[in-house]
Design a protein around this ligand. Structure first.
Ligand code: PMV
Length: 380
């Protein structure tokens, strides 16, 4: 297992490339055991596990252009002291273009991310970055883009590190990409590999760590191969409660300790289920996790209800359909009103019919996204 100092950039190669241009396509993910509650620096209070998605992705290119630090930063005060400090103190200059348009709205979040990771990738301060990004899903769909967006940035930066230091292994590359992504958004640490990723220390996984996500290390039962996730867009507005506010509410939460214990237990159970293929037990854990996440929000101070009436209608319909047909359909939720409907590959025809005929009326403008489990990020 690696520790934070292992992620410090160590290379004597001072011969940095003049330019670099890297593109990554990185997936979103949906947690089965949820991460809710964190401590500094962006470490989870409990371990989580997620399905990596396929159709919901971010496509990001970063063009790195080496800058003349002496000219750009020091022309006004060319004393020796400030020359030394340029690398440590200066923020990295960057521009961001989102869906083809220059976007300043995302700048504070990206600046914060770059400031947080620079200690581990100090070479980026030698460059100006032009970031171009787009999502496969509509930005205002209520689907969190931070997991796919920040993992894409982390991977582009790792590609530059690999160019400077080709000796790093693929395993180190992935772990450090996840480590960096985590510093931007916790769930982004689970958007590097597929099909399942565990993030957070858990006794059943020797290699697991609070610092980065790892690919689920065991053979997954065939029932979970090609698992589907159809996302019903019930509310496409801005998140009612930001992740940061939500995580912070866990600090004073009267049930927080029990919740963190429960997440450990649920991951232990899910670990066995993922290997033995018991779909009924899978459903029980996944739905309970989703409702627990919402219950924690309802019982915090201040309290929030993140579901909408249509969220509940959909859940009721799913339960009725399951009772009538013995289907293995189930739902999970993020910290919002949209519903992720999970089901096995072999039930896709029946469940798709059910969704189209009975559930789309609860979606805003009838919008939904058909996704499934994916294999992880790809460099293009
Ligand atoms: O990555 P963050 O800080 O946006 O937190 C996301 C938390 C949930 O999406 C609600 C649950 C999870 O584990 O993905």
């Amino acid at each position: 297992m690696l520790t934070a100092p292992d992620f410090r950039f160590k290379n004597s190669n001072t011969n940095l490339p003049e330019k670099g241009n890297y593109t990554w396509k990185t997936p979103s993910n949906i947690a089965l055991v949820k991460y809710w509650g964190k401590r500094e620096p962006q470490l989870p209070e409990n371990p989580s596990i997620s399905f990596t998605l396929d159709a919901c992705f971010t496509l990001t290119t970063i063009v790195f252009s080496k800058r003349d630090l002496r000219l750009s930063e020091l022309s006004s005060k060319p004393d020796k002291k400030s020359i030394k400090q340029v690398h440590v103190n200066k923020s990295v200059p960057f521009e961001i273009y989102f869906e083809g348009v220059k976007n300043d709205e995302f700048k504070p979040k990206i600046k914060k991310f770059l400031d947080r990771i620079i200690h581990y990738v100090p070479f980026i301060s030698n460059y100006t970055l032009v970031i171009t990004s787009r999502n496969s899903f509509p930005h205002s769909s209520g689907i969190a883009s931070s997991a796919s967006g920040l993992s894409a940035l982390a991977l582009c930066i790792m590609s530059l590190e690999k160019e400077i230091n080709p000796a790093i292994t693929d395993a180190y590359f992935n772990k450090k990409a996840s480590f960096l992504a985590r510093l931007g958004s916790g769930s982004a640490s689970r958007s590097i590999e597929g099909e399942l990723v565990v993030w957070g220390k858990h006794e059943a996984f020797n290699e697991s760590s609070d610092l980065y996500g790892i690919k689920y290390p065991k053979e997954i039962h065939k029932n979970f191969k090609n698992y589907h996730d159809t996302i019903l867009l019930v509310d496409k507005g801005e998140k009612q409660v930001s992740s940061t506010v939500g995580h912070n509410l866990m600090y004073q939460h009267p049930f927080a300790k029990q919740r963190f214990t429960q997440a450990h237990e649920n991951l232990s159970k899910l670990n066995i289920i993922l290997q033995n293929g018991n779909l009924k037990e899978f459903i029980a854990i996944v739905e309970s996790e989703a409702l627990t996440l919402h219950a924690m929000m309802m019982s915090s101070n201040p309290y929030f209800i993140l579901m909408k009436p249509n969220t509940l209608e959909i859940i009721r319909k799913i339960w009725a359909f399951r009772a009538q047909t013995n289907s293995n359909i189930c739902f999970t939720l993020d910290a919002g009103a949209n519903v992720h409907i999970l089901f096995p590959e072999k039930e896709k025809k029946a469940v798709n019919n059910f969704i189209v005929s009975k559930l789309l009326l609860y979606c805003q403008k009838g919008d939904y996204i058909c996704d499934r489990v994916g294999l992880g990020a790809k460099q293009l």
